[in-house]
Design a protein around this ligand. Structure first.
Ligand code: ACO
Length: 452
């Protein structure tokens, strides 16, 4: 079971306990000097605390894209983009990918600790209990156009859940139930969206399957060809979801926190996160990578041609799956995902159908050539997790337009943990950035007959 009220409060205080404030930065403006505290987090990363800046100087900071801005203090995930480090609650991602399961990792992110046996069993039982959808929700799916993107459907359905399952956010018990309900039902909703898009009968979850196995069962079982569970694929899926479970203040998580800061209900905040994730510069990149690799294959493009396009100043084309706002070295998740490629491609292609391998070959050549190229070296552009995750999902039989939905299922525990942390933050405020206005100066209204 997820934490009770007392535990949540303690972990929230912990956010600020780890901050030390021993230095000051000096700002001189218009001949006046201001002292700004320098704060240091538990891994030594430092920030200038500018909360009093506008009040004391009348100035704001200017940082579009927030590349130099810390929007919160958080005790959930640590990443160091220069050294390629990612840890959830202090535990390296490599250890979690090797030893944990997605459900256990979700528990860790949300509660701050690994579950004991009893807690894990209770969590699994509740995930199983919550796995069915209200039958009325099915009608919503049936009225979407058949070509609707599953991310749009998922975002809308999660928002709709608020009407079916109202939460009582004053009671920790209800927050726990809401979180587990979301984690369980989002998986059912994703599989159901796929089945309905194919015109197939929806498949109900089975209580004897784990979280990941149940997803594959609901996606691929059908009355005439029963799905044979392959536990290597279940493992690859677990690893995929663990790698995506949190990534500190990325675009979609920031969206969840910003929307949540208005004290909106958790379903609406998560729905905003799903919408943010949809874009090709963020979670949509795994789909974009496969489309790029297929284009190279189908049009017979050479790798040097593709690299040349990615480097051309006047061409908006970017190498999908390359580059990252924070990682300036190899994304540690990409290394693990590359290993999963080997596992699933070996499994899925025993009879010489090497279509997936061909895409992997193209990906490897692209990676090798880009890493040797001075343009990518100088800009510190390395493969990110999406460079390989699309190949893994494709080999499992997941259709391309579902890739970002797979990412959303994985990121959900992180969004919930971050929403919860923000909700309980004793220093929390509604998010409300400022701007530098560059529009017209004061202009009088012109009646319509006098306009040019
Ligand atoms: N291919 C070619 N050039 C690139 C790439 C790329 N994939 N990524 C960045 N660059 C170039 C930029 O054009 C820019 O060049 P300039 O300095 O000459 O203007 C320079 O590298 C710096 O890039 P920015 O865009 O400033 O980096 P930013 O941190 O804003 O963007 C992003 C990061 C969005 C991930 C970018 O690298 C990108 O678009 N990559 C491709 C999409 C992708 O893989 N997204 C997934 C990210 S991981 C995730 O969300 C799970």
């Amino acid at each position: 079971m997820l934490p009770g009220k007392a535990e949540v409060s303690t972990s929230q205080l912990h956010i600020y306990e780890e901050i030390s404030m021993t230095q000051h930065a000096t700002l001189t403006i218009d001949g006046k000097t201001f002292q700004l505290p320098v704060i240091t987090g538990s891994e030594g990363e430092r920030a200038i605390d500018i909360r009093a800046l506008r009040r004391e100087t009348g100035l704001i900071t200017f940082d579009p894209g927030f590349g130099s801005t810390g929007s919160c203090a958080s005790a959930i995930t640590f990443m160091d983009g220069e050294r390629g480090i990612l840890r959830y609650r202090g535990i390296p991602i490599e250890q979690l990918a090797e030893k944990s399961t997605f459900v256990e990792t979700a528990y860790l992110l949300i509660t701050g600790k690994l579950p004991n046996r009893e807690e894990l069993t209770r969590t699994s039982v509740m995930l199983n209990d919550f796995s069915l959808l209200h039958e009325d929700l099915k009608f919503f799916y049936q009225n979407y156009p058949s070509k609707a993107h599953p991310m749009g459907i998922l975002s809308a359905m999660v928002n709709t859940m608020r009407s079916f399952y109202p939460e009582l956010i004053d009671l920790e018990e209800d927050i726990s139930r809401t979180f587990l309900r979301l984690i369980s039902k989002v998986r059912t909703m994703a599989a159901m969206a796929y089945k309905i898009s194919r015109g197939h009968k929806t498949v109900y979850p089975r209580p004897n399957y784990s979280y990941g196995a149940n997803f594959l069962h609901m996606m691929f079982d059908n009355p005439v060809i029963p799905y044979e569970m392959d536990y290597d694929l279940v493992q690859a899926l677990n690893v995929f979801w663990i790698l995506h479970a949190d990534h500190e203040q990325n675009c979609s998580t920031a969206a969840v926190r910003v929307v949540g800061s208005g004290k909106v209900n958790v379903y609406a905040a998560i729905s905003a996160g799903i919408s943010a994730l949809w874009g090709p510069l963020h979670g949509g990149a795994n789909q974009a990578v496969i489309q790029m690799l297929e284009q190279i294959q189908n049009e017979g493009l050479t790798i040097p041609q593709v690299i040349a396009r990615a480097k051309a100043k006047d061409d908006p084309f970017k190498l999908m799956g390359f580059g990252h706002r924070v990682y300036k070295t190899y994304d540690p998740r990409a290394r693990i995902m590359k290993k999963m490629c080997d596992l699933v491609l070996k499994k899925q292609r025993p009879n010489g159908n090497n279509e997936g391998d061909t895409l992997l070959d193209i990906a490897m050549e692209l990676e090798h050539t880009a890493l040797e190229d001075p343009y990518f070296q100088e800009k510190n552009l390395y493969p990110n997790v999406d460079f390989y995750s699309g190949i893994v999902l494709r080999a499992m039989g997941i259709p391309t337009n579902m890739f970002t939905v797979m990412f959303a299922i994985g990121r959900l525990p992180g969004w919930l943990a971050q929403w919860q942390e923000d909700y309980h933050d004793p220093m929390g405020k509604i998010s409300r950035p400022r701007q530098i206005y560059t529009g017209e100066p004061l202009t009088d209204y012109v009646p319509i007959d006098e306009r040019e």
